[in-house]
Design a protein around this ligand. Structure first.
Ligand SMILES: [Zn+2]
Length: 225
């Protein structure tokens, strides 16, 4: 395994209601291997599975790595475009890597994915190797963001996206508790990071500044109503 890319964003492309959409998962290197943040996309009927698995494998090849290098898989939340190929990924890893998720989402991921292995619950401040958990409920009850302190990177999950090239909240029908999600967003906006990696959409420059402006703008707009 070459230890050049500290973090390698893996783009999973898929067809969704005739539109091509994309979700990122990430390979994060640590001393003894790789962490996979999120596990690709698959619909209820399993469509998209083969493609997601192929795209993760291509990223491993790009990094001169193997499935066996994955020590841990962390699922940011219980939505199908984030754990779609969890069972298939873990089946590929000979030593079986450890699987983690925000503790309040563990049961939901198990129920939806039929993943039969153990999923360990993460709470605020818990570390998985180099990644620290920030509990950010709302989008789902157990949604988590992750922080790579050493690289000053935040993994945003689905609190906001940049699919259209600018910051936007996910469509309301996908968020369980909008008010709670907003609180979580305000919580991460108070922290400082050099980079923010979004599950949907590309990186933007000065992300923390942009996030604070985005929240200030939304507050002004809701005050004017
Ligand atoms: Zn989601």
């Amino acid at each position: 395994m070459k230890n050049i890319n500290l973090i390698d964003p893996v783009k999973i492309e898929y067809l969704y209601k005739e539109d091509s959409l994309e979700v990122h998962c990430f390979l994060v290197s640590h001393e003894n291997g790789l962490i996979l943040v999120d596990a690709g996309y698959a619909e209820d009927d399993g469509s998209g599975k083969a493609r997601s698995l192929e795209q993760i494998e291509a990223a491993l090849v790009r990094n001169l790595a193997n499935w066996d290098d994955i020590s841990d898989v962390i699922v940011t939340h219980a939505h199908r475009d984030h754990f779609g190929v969890l069972t298939e990924v873990v089946a590929k890893i000979p030593h079986k890597s450890k699987v983690w998720a925000g503790s309040a989402d563990v049961q939901s991921i198990k129920a939806q994915s039929h993943f039969e292995g153990e999923i360990a619950g993460l709470h605020e401040g818990n570390f998985v190797k180099v990644l620290r958990t920030i509990s950010t409920p709302g989008h789902t009850a157990g949604h988590i963001c992750l922080v790579h302190d050493q690289a000053s990177v935040l993994f945003m999950g689905d609190l906001v996206d940049t699919l259209k090239g600018y910051l936007a909240r996910p469509p309301t029908e996908f968020t369980e508790d909008q008010a709670l999600a907003e609180k979580s967003l305000e919580k991460v906006a108070q922290l400082d990071f050099a980079r923010v990696l979004f599950s949907h959409g590309e990186e933007i420059s000065k992300p923390v500044q942009a996030l604070r402006l985005f929240l200030a703008d939304s507050n002004n707009q809701s005050g004017e109503k």
